[in-house]
Ligand binder design. Sequence first.
Ligand SMILES: Nc1ncnc2c1ncn2[C@@H]1O[C@H](COP(=O)(O)OP(=O)(O)OP(=O)(O)O)[C@@H](O)[C@H]1O
Ligand SMILES: [Mg+2]
Length: 465
Amino acid sequence: MSNPPIPPATPTTSLLSLDALFDNPVFAGGFGLAGLGAAAALARRGAIQGASLIKRRLLIDLEIGKQDPSYPMLLAWLTLPRPPGGFLASKLTRIHHMSMNTSSRASNDGPGHTSFLAQPGYGRHIIRHKNAYIAVNRMKGASSNMNTGEPFETITLTTLYAHRHIFGDIFKQAHELALTAQEGKTIIYTTKAFDWSQFGEARRKRPLESVILDSGIKERIVADVQDFLGRQQWYVDRGIPYRRGYLLYGPPGSGKSSFIQALAGELDFGLAIINLSERGFTDDKLAMLLTKLPARTILLLEDADAAFRNRRQVDSEGYSGGSVTFSGLLNALDGVAAGEERIAFLTTNHIDRLDEALIRPGRVDMTVRIGEATRYQAAAMWDRFYGDIDLDGNGRQRFLDKLEELDLVAGEQSDEKARLNTSTAAIQGLFLFNKDNMDGAIAMAEGLIPRIYESEKQEGLKVPA
Ligand SMILES: Nc1ncnc2c1ncn2[C@@H]1O[C@H](COP(=O)(O)OP(=O)(O)OP(=O)(O)O)[C@@H](O)[C@H]1O
Ligand SMILES: [Mg+2]
């Protein structure tokens, strides 16, 4: 019996064991998987880099922040219904996150009107505008505006580079939309910390005819403002700042604020209101606000005498105790930081408290007294309220006679003033109380006598002139 042949010794034991390893299905599978994984990771990196390259080459972004005036316009535009397009397009462009914007206002045709506007909420949406798909990303920032405490917010629009012209079109539409929404309205701005903010919704314009000032006054102011608005080049050519200031003074309720609001409407301007008697309103704040007055607005500084009351409150270090001072007001009106273009109206009930320095041209160019109701105004207001039922003017005559009898207005031919006075606001109040009832208004005319004189009248005492 011979021994079985010994197999030749293998020169590469290690290789053999590797082969064996690869023959092992568990090991080979694992290695294969790892290889696949690495390849996939590589491919993904490539894809991401490729995508970002493509994105950079092919896409275009546009970012706008909340503080930009176009922001609310764009948001309103995004809520417009759009034609649905095809099946896929309509599924793709459905907005799934909404946020609510509710506003209420009084209306003519009912007790009030509340509008609910569902806006695209935070997050990503896709919209289609004229064949272009646009990704919309509305984001709330982590930090907030130091002045107003509101968080920063941005909207980013992304579309194909080839469709970049669509942005111009979108913003044009959004602006037009905002303009039509504000047609026939006056936007009122008030101050919010160190900034201007729109006060409620734009209000319906107050017709200029609805404010009744004494004969010729309204026309004189309107003509002056219109002349100013037509003369910009004249000012530029002469190197004069393009500014004009008006001071309206007179008793409460004579229509000063109402007239200025109506004038803003007439000129298609907004109205930016600062109440100088507001506590905590400092010189710095006033100066800051005037440098960023919204475009096409009339600046209205109510209660200008407040600054004069405070003129002596400045201590040796110049601290004014948290209110506007006289010098603060003068600087705001024509100091270096006063801003180039501006129409400003100041109002006050106390002209005697004002200072000559204010009425220097460049600060206040025109001063007008808006006084107690005159016979002319009482007649015109009567016509506005009862013109349609008092066709022969008999009621108006009786009303005016009664006012004359009460010595609230002067006689028709008389050069003398009436001894008592009443305000146009009081006459309006009387008419509002007696809607469609002229006899009621005439019977209640005694109510127009200012309260301070009433007791004396009852006692039959002579009322002071
Ligand atoms: N001349 C006027 N013509 C029409 N309405 C008037 C007139 N004067 C007052 N009114 C009415 O009276 C109310 C108060 O008027 P307004 O606020 O304009 O007075 P004002 O002169 O600004 O008073 P104040 O000095 O207290 O600020 C308003 O509702 C306004 O419509
Ligand atoms: Mg007023």
